[in-house]
Design a protein around this ligand. Structure first.
Ligand SMILES: [Zn+2]
Ligand SMILES: [Zn+2]
Length: 262
């Protein structure tokens, strides 16, 4: 839905002037979201076409959005990404398609261009009823049931709950869809013993916490929508970048870096 992208963009625009320590990251992310919305709309608005889920087959259509996306990163990205975007814009696309396929089979949070470019594609594939072809979708509750991606952020919301699921959801780093997850469980290794699971929270970000696991030493950020209903988890997660510093200083590794590399 287009309104989903608008919601993220509006939230980023709202937070930029108020940001403390993450203003540059958020400003870039607001531009990036607009570029991703552009990709999404170009795919969704295409007449008589739906994504097949076979990335190689869909690439000729997807590639039409590629130059404009690169331009956006070149214009608004941090220096290193801008230079890389420029380089990609003057190169043959063959090498990029190869690394896109590598990402397709083995998602990675350090392949910025692949991850950012495919998020709107995977989102539309999901909404239009398709299925990703050839991606290894594990049956683990800790990876996305649609595309097999890692969790980017968790969130709590009020909804009808069952004892099984609680009211915690994870958002997929690859396709941005969400799935239900148990509340007191490590989203990386499945640790369930409360003594091994720690939470860190700072008054500056009242609705956000670090959810850390002492068994696997990984963490994810959790956004509490019962405290701040209009927060947008993937945007608020970036705004709370100072919490990541705390987590790293305490020896925890993030399950999946976000698009701005935090
Ligand atoms: Zn996914
Ligand atoms: Zn763990």
């Amino acid at each position: 839905m287009i309104s989903w992208w608008n919601k993220q963009i509006q939230r980023a625009d709202h937070l930029v002037p108020r940001a403390n320590g993450s203003k540059e990251l958020l400003t870039f992310y607001a531009h990036l979201l607009r570029a991703q919305k552009g990709i999404y709309e170009s795919l969704r608005g295409r007449k008589a076409w739906l994504p097949s889920g076979d990335l190689e087959l869909d690439w000729p259509v997807l590639s039409e959005a590629w130059p404009r996306f690169l331009k956006a990163v070149e214009s608004h990205g941090p220096a290193s990404l801008a230079a890389e975007a420029h380089q990609l814009s003057v190169s043959e696309t063959g090498a990029f398609v190869e690394s896109l396929m590598t990402y397709w089979y083995h998602s990675s949070d350090i392949q910025f261009f692949e991850k950012a470019f495919l998020q709107p594609y995977l989102r539309w594939l999901n909404e239009s009823g398709g299925k990703p072809v050839g991606r290894g979708v594990l049956t683990s509750e800790r990876s996305c049931p649609f595309c097999g991606g890692n969790p980017q952020v968790s969130f709590l919301q009020n909804k009808e709950t069952t004892a099984e699921s609680g009211n915690r959801d994870l958002i997929c780093a690859s396709c941005l869809s969400s799935w239900e997850f148990r509340r007191v469980v490590c989203a990386n290794c499945g640790e369930e013993r409360p003594a091994k699971l720690g939470y860190f929270h700072s008054p500056e970000f009242d609705h956000i916490r670090i959810e850390a696991c002492d068994t696997c030493k990984h963490y994810i950020k959790g956004v509490d929508l019962t405290r701040l209903g209009f927060a947008a988890p993937i945007v608020d997660e970036i705004n709370a970048a100072p919490l990541d510093i705390w987590a790293r200083e305490h020896g925890y590794t993030k399950i999946e870096l976000n698009l701005v590399g935090v």
